[in-house]
Ligand binder design. Structure first.
Ligand code: COA
Length: 700
């Protein structure tokens, strides 16, 4: 058996460190394996015992008579290496290392972990852990963990980076009636990572949805590629802890300041087609819907209720999460009018009012679900004295059977009065929530996934044949030779031109006379800008003069800029003054790039100019997962898009050129990984093209 198959469907299992003592983890694991009903051979390993829990015990792996595909290791840390080595020698496929005391404890632990990794690699084994709780597959069935209880059999795969949280959720899932297909405690992820598991479980017929609790992601780029390919087959839902801005980059550029470390996760999840839950509760609210319901064909929701208040709350929330209340066709309203009392509300939400018997729900669901506009439904119930929640639950179940392509979720609000009905719904596979908000949120999750599935599973970035990589290499060589990492404006402009990015013409002047001559060559009016790698915000140090219309104004401007900068930044090395043709006003945009440690280059687009950080109208994408449609989507997420489309009678801008410029900047940063930051601000957008006015490039 190869790959990760042996983790979940092993032919045989050994427990190394199996113990007779009920208080020990090695005992609990063996007991769980036996009680889970695993039907392959199980080999307890313990040199001191002949038999444990009725099974013959072996002194070592070498003594085991048959082949072992999975070995669960629960011996103290100092014994793990020799045990793992022995496993490798006898041909074990996979290890689950429960033992703690590795990198989580410091340097010594890290050394031990690296040695363990080496052994695993040397023998071509795969490993979950160390420092984990184990794994469960309810379909095999196999519970090779020390969780207190086995989860119910179901279709949710749950993978947790925290073992402790994992057990709590497993226990809670039983109470909530959520069935799991697999559970994996990732531990230190020394070998098998979240990405490996996505790859494996994406094609697992026993799993409908993959859930994660994660604290970090091991290999950002591979994660995005694998998750993107897998999420087109199977929904991936993640709750990622650690969302504070504490890790936000030091702001050496506008783009860097706008992007926090958590933002990169948001962007990566989005481009990978992963849905990110805000809370653990939301993760499981979504999971219960994904595990049992079809994916809706669109955003239009039907709401059926027996009370006004919850109907209003639901309607509000539907709009808030970006769904729509379905607008019925005439025929639906007419049918409802004929069958419901005159006091009922016939338009969405259908209010069958407080004295509704199950028949009214039946009518509302029949005509509502038959309406061609309806893509999903929420059934609300509050326990009035006359209502029969149990019978109403049966009506909902029947309606769901008749419309298997429409997801239906419910919120039967209340306590004891609706408890049985909720259980009936749950066991029939209809998700039920205590209040309307999580019900709507679940439908929103399903709907977003439906939209995600329309996107291609892989992205092919545009290829630009007309770029001059050699020229860029040469510029970077010159900059490095000069002992700098920050390019001067004219150098950055040359880089941009080499990638066919439209740039406002500019030249570098060392003296006032030279500046005046250059201005004549370029054509008046011009803008003067200080050229110094140290100065990121030129305006702040009096380093910019706009609209210089004569040679004299240029000469004076040159002197004034040099004086200002000498005074305010006496230590800065000044290379002269950049003379740039003054471009006409357009929509000011920013296009930038900042590097995220985990996910690599992030491209930013938004409203530019000096208020960038104040307005924060910026959207981000990973450079390596960017094609034209993704760039268009990125642009459409900003308010800048409204201006570009032609705001209040203005002429629309050339969005195609902006898409092209973003694509070329992405290509540049991917071709040259030594580029650490790019800020093109402003980029002027016009009805006929764009022009980059100020370009900052930093290399490493
Ligand atoms: N081969 C086989 N059995 C061995 C062995 C070896 N090389 N070395 C020791 N054993 C046996 C021991 O004799 C003992 O059996 P016994 O009860 O019959 O004496 C058994 O393995 C366990 O060893 P012991 O020394 O009693 O350790 P322990 O059970 O107290 O602790 C761990 C072992 C792995 C549970 C412990 O080191 C540990 O890491 N605990 C934390 C686990 C954890 O929290 N993981 C993360 C969860 S999220």
């Amino acid at each position: 058996m190869s790959g990760l198959g042996a983790v979940f469907k092993p032919h045989s299992v050994a427990v190394i460190g199996a113990s007779k003592s009920p208080g020990k983890i090695g005992h609990a694991i063996l007991k769980n394996i036996i009680e889970s009903g695993y039907n392959g051979p199980v080999y307890p390993i313990n040199p001191k015992e002949d038999e444990i829990l009725g099974l013959r015990c072996y002194p070592s792996m070498r003594a085991v008579p048959g082949e072992v595909s999975l070995a669960v290791i629960s011996v103290p840390p100092q014994a793990v290496l020799s045990v793992a080595e022995e496993c490798g020698q006898v041909g074990v496929n996979c290890l689950v290392v429960i033992t703690a005391g590795f990198k989580e404890t410091g340097k010594e632990g890290l050394d031990l972990e690296l040695k363990l990794k080496e052994i695993v690699k040397k023998y071509g084994m795969r490993m979950i852990g160390p420092n984990c709780l184990g794994i469960i597959d309810t379909h095999t069935p196999l519970n090779a963990s020390f969780a207190k209880r086995s989860p119910l059999k179901g279709r949710i795969a749950f993978i947790s980076q925290s073992g402790a949280l994992g057990v709590a959720i497993l226990d809670w899932s039983i109470q909530r009636g959520l069935g799991m297909s697999k559970f994996v405690s990732l531990g230190n992820k020394t070998d098998i990572s979240e990405t490996d598991l996505i790859e494996e479980i994406a094609s697992d017929d026993e799993t409908s949805v993959i859930l994660f609790y994660l604290e970090d992601i091991s290999d950002g780029r591979r994660f995005v590629e694998v998750a993107r390919a897998s999420s087109s087959k199977k929904p991936i839902l993640i709750f990622k802890a650690g969302t504070t801005q504490a890790g936000a980059q030091a702001a050496s550029s506008h783009t860097g300041a706008l992007a926090g470390s958590d933002l990169a996760y948001d962007v990566a999840f989005k481009q990978a087609g992963v849905l990110r839950a805000k809370t653990i509760e939301e993760l499981f609210d979504w999971a219960s819907a994904f595990a049992s319901q079809p994916i809706p064909s669109g955003k239009n929701v039907l709401v059926v209720t027996n009370s006004g208040g919850p109907g209003i709350i639901t309607t509000d929330y539907v709009e808030n999460v970006g769904l729509n209340m379905a607008r019925f066709q005439k025929e639906t309203v007419e049918n409802l009018r004929k069958s419901l009392p005159p006091t009922a509300n016939l338009y969405n939400p259908i209010d069958v009012i407080g004295d509704a018997l199950p028949e009214r729900y039946e009518i509302a669901l029949k005509y509502g679900l038959e309406d061609p506009a309806v893509c999903s439904a929420i059934v609300l119930l509050t326990p009035t004295a006359v209502i029969d929640p149990d019978q109403t639950a049966s009506v909902v179940i029947e309606a769901a059977k008749a419309h298997r392509d429409i997801p239906i979720v419910t919120s039967f609000m209340g306590g004891e009065a609706v408890e049985q009905a909720r259980k009936t719904l749950s066991s029939a596979g209809i998700p039920t929530y205590p209040f309307p908000e999580p019900a709507v949120s679940a439908l929103a999750g399903l709907t977003r996934y439906g939209q995600r599935r329309l996107k291609p599973s892989t992205i092919s970035s545009p290829v630009y044949e007309d770029v001059d990589r050699e020229a860029v290499k040469e510029i970077f060589r010159e900059v490095k030779e000069d002992g700098r990492l920050v390019l001067l404006g004219p150098e950055a402009a040359r880089v941009a031109r080499s990638y066919n990015i439209p740039v406002a013409p500019s030249l570098l002047a060392k003296r006032p006379d030279e500046a005046a001559y250059m201005a004549e060559v370029l054509g008046f009016p011009v803008v003067l800008k200080i050229a110094s790698p140290k100065i990121m915000h030129k305006t702040d140090v009096g380093g910019v003069k706009v609209n210089c219309k004569t040679p004299r104004e240029v000469r004076d401007g040159f002197v004034e800029i040099m004086d200002n900068v000498h005074r305010l930044m006496p230590d800065a090395t000044l290379y002269g003054v950049e003379v740039q043709k003054m471009m006409k006003k357009g929509v000011e945009l920013i296009i930038g790039m900042t590097k995220d440690m985990q996910f690599g280059p992030l491209i930013a687009f938004g409203l530019g100019g000096i208020y960038v950080n104040l307005l924060k109208d910026v959207s981000f994408r990973l450079a390596y997962a960017l094609d034209e449609s993704e760039i268009e989507e990125m642009i459409s997420e900003t308010k800048a898009h409204m201006l570009l489309k032609g705001y209040r009678g203005e002429k629309p801008c050339d969005i195609k050129s902006i898409v092209d410029t973003i694509g070329r900047i992405s290509a540049l940063v991917l071709d040259f990984p030594e580029i650490t930051d790019v800020d093109v601000n402003p980029v002027m957008a016009y009805p006929d093209g764009v022009a980059a006015l100020d370009i900052k490039i930093t290399i490493s």
